[in-house]
Design a protein around this ligand. Sequence first.
Ligand code: ATP
Ligand code: MG
Length: 475
Amino acid sequence: MIPNWLLQRAYLTPNRIAIYDETEAISFAELHERTAKRARQLVFLGVKKGDVVAILMKNSAHMVELIHALHYIGAIVLLQNVRLSVDEVKWQLEHSGARFVICDEPFPDERAIEWSEVTQLGERDEKWQTMYNLDDVATIMYTSGTTGKPKGVMQTYGNHWWSAIGSALNLGLREDDCWLAAVPFFHVSGLSILMRSVIYGIGVYVMSSFDAKRINELIFQQNITMMSAVSTMVQQMIQELKAPYPSSFRCMLVGGGPVPLPLLQSCAYWNIPVYQTYGMTETASQVATLSPDARHKQGSAGKPLFHMNVRIEKEGKQLNANEVGEIVVKGPSVMKGYWRNEEGTAAVLKDGWLHTGDIGYMDDEGFLYVLDRRSDLIISGGENVYPAEIESVLLQHEAVKEAGVVGVADETWGQVPCAFVVLHDVTATEEQLKQFCMNKLAKYKVPKRIYIVDHLPRNAANKLMRHKLKKWINE
Ligand code: ATP
Ligand code: MG
């Protein structure tokens, strides 16, 4: 058991700022007041300890209140992606057994209640969860479904606690830290910022949608010291830059996928301290993180956080350094399992070891390299081809803005890689790009076709959905 994080913060550091947005700065004491009122209103609505309550919202200060309020009551918060279709949202509500879904906008479902209605409700007093049981489920998040049907990851209070502690032990902690949240709270990259805020007592700058120009302004005003991002966000921020970042900005945590080498190089040029990280919904955020001073390890996701164990396996056996296999991880931030999905849980969690479905290796100094998802691996003429490797080569070409690679059935080779690119410079041709790949890659890795398109299919986390690219080829 551990004290309720926001309650404890409101007691220990009431005057520190918890939340900033474009209109106000809210202290921990004030955030607690607002949260307590919302909790009383939710109790009035009929929310009870143990209920699943969904939130379908864009980032906002009131979304933060709502998450904490549900935890005051002891409800389990289901965070839903606002970009899902109505049917997908309903499927999650059904599957999770949610009693309500609280949303910004009207949503066609009998369980839906709008935020504006919540604020009008009466209030009923209830005893708060003044202590959190580390083994209780705090949040459920369905994985983005990049590889298939979404699974409801159960994240406990303990998972969030350890994730926050592990991150601080690695990145350090400063009283004046302020973490910019431009990634959505319905993904673990965003939610984990809120958990860190109340555990560390630091501010969060809440952004409802990504705005590269505005973020740069905030960083130059020296208000923001840390930020979480995916690489496409960083790329857009760099395009807006005229001067290098000030040294007050100390950490750009970039995850969700590999960071292309040319981007890392421009980050070094613009004084952007990139920490590449590897993690997933199932581990309540970071598993391993690479600090910018490990320059000689470029392309690595770094070493595991203090509380995490990482090993590489093949057919149940642990491999040696530099051997490629599945990344398996163990530690107190690994999920309890998938909600109402024993079979799915048993398939990935064995003796506490989470089988990530990602392929990679550890070098002899213990740095982790993530190659790709097992399911996206292309086997061409018996050779393993990692789409991420080809994408990163394509991105080195000046004309290429975005790249996605998938395997396509081929009579001779079984599968061959094909690429989709979005261009900065539309005069570049498929032939030129192939020639460029030819110079940098083994022949069997050179995409057989390179399709020039105007956008790539990405999910709300800005992640490339390779299974959709496969469909594009078949259409
Ligand atoms: P689903 O499990 O439904 O297919 P998802 O795996 O995309 O969805 P997330 O939990 O958001 O959902 O993403 C975690 C995955 O992102 C990791 O398992 C890994 O494949 C990829 N990833 C994260 N960080 C990195 C990294 N640094 N390098 C390469 N891949 C990464
Ligand atoms: Mg996954």
